[in-house]
Design a protein around this ligand. Sequence first.
Ligand code: PHE
Length: 346
Amino acid sequence: MKELDELNEVVDSLDGELNQINDLNELQQKRANYLGKKGPLAQIMAGMKNLTNDARRELGMATNNVKNKLEAMFEAKRKALEEAIVNQKLEKETIDVTLPGVSFSTGGIHPLYQTVMELEDLYIGMGYSVAEGPEIETDEFCFEKLNLPKGHPARDMQDTFYINPELLLRSQTSPVQVRTMLEKKGEPIKIICPGKVYRRDSDDATHSHQFMQCEGLVLGTDITMADLKGALLEMAKKMFDKDRQIRLRPSFFPFTEPSVEVDVSCGMCNGKGCPTCKGTGWIEILGAGMVNDNVLRMSGYDPEKIQGYAFGIGVERIAMLKNRIDDIRNFYTNDIRFLNQFKEVK
Ligand code: PHE
């Protein structure tokens, strides 16, 4: 029966055509072509009325088989196409966990503030508290009450930015000590005062018109130079390393008597002498002394009963030595390449 041959040809031709299809719409179209009313199977069925009963039954069964077969072929192809689509999508969405991550740009703590925070931690650990005061100060608190009356030649040590004859940008953090003394009215004091100060200096590698100090003031009974030396040695060992030594040299400050300048042994050469310490083995880091009786009296303290020491640390000095920075301007020019070196998370 030629119809049976035709049926087999339909299967063969579909087999070939399905291979070419790679899209679900196309497949749908093809399905309609093959299994629809105008398709080859429908045509074969239409010709059946001229056949004998037996032949019709035989062809009917064969056509049905082929129809099932075609359905199965279309179904298999549909599944294969759908699977391919899903796979393609998954492939696109695949995350390569070995790729380097994209990190967010974050800020960091400025190296000067890191140094201030270290100083604060250290002194808080020794029982000090932190006091702050305004950057715009009165002449009275910045100078007069620190034993620097108007016209005193030592005022030249600190060339100051005046706003008017009474107001200035503080040239030292010592006025915070005056403020604290006036507030505590004769009571013992143990404070540090970190903060910004201003001087009419020309900026160069070691000078800046604005820099930071961290001053300390300890007032109480029976406080001596030995206590001052102990507190400063402790600071040097904690801020630098445990092998550091300090050296006190006589000096002059109007608000302390006696006054000293304090050197720390050079960490580059361990005191042997090198270019950093200019061959001396020592590097100056701060000024200090026993608070001058006049200063105590002017702020309501009786020097017969209470006395103590004060010190003034240059924060940049410490930060430069700790981090081997040779130009103070680096702290203030905000070059991100410089600042990035001090970020904990880079
Ligand atoms: N205030 C002084 C300065 O700026 C430093 C200092 C503080 C010295 C306390 C002695 C005692 O030069």
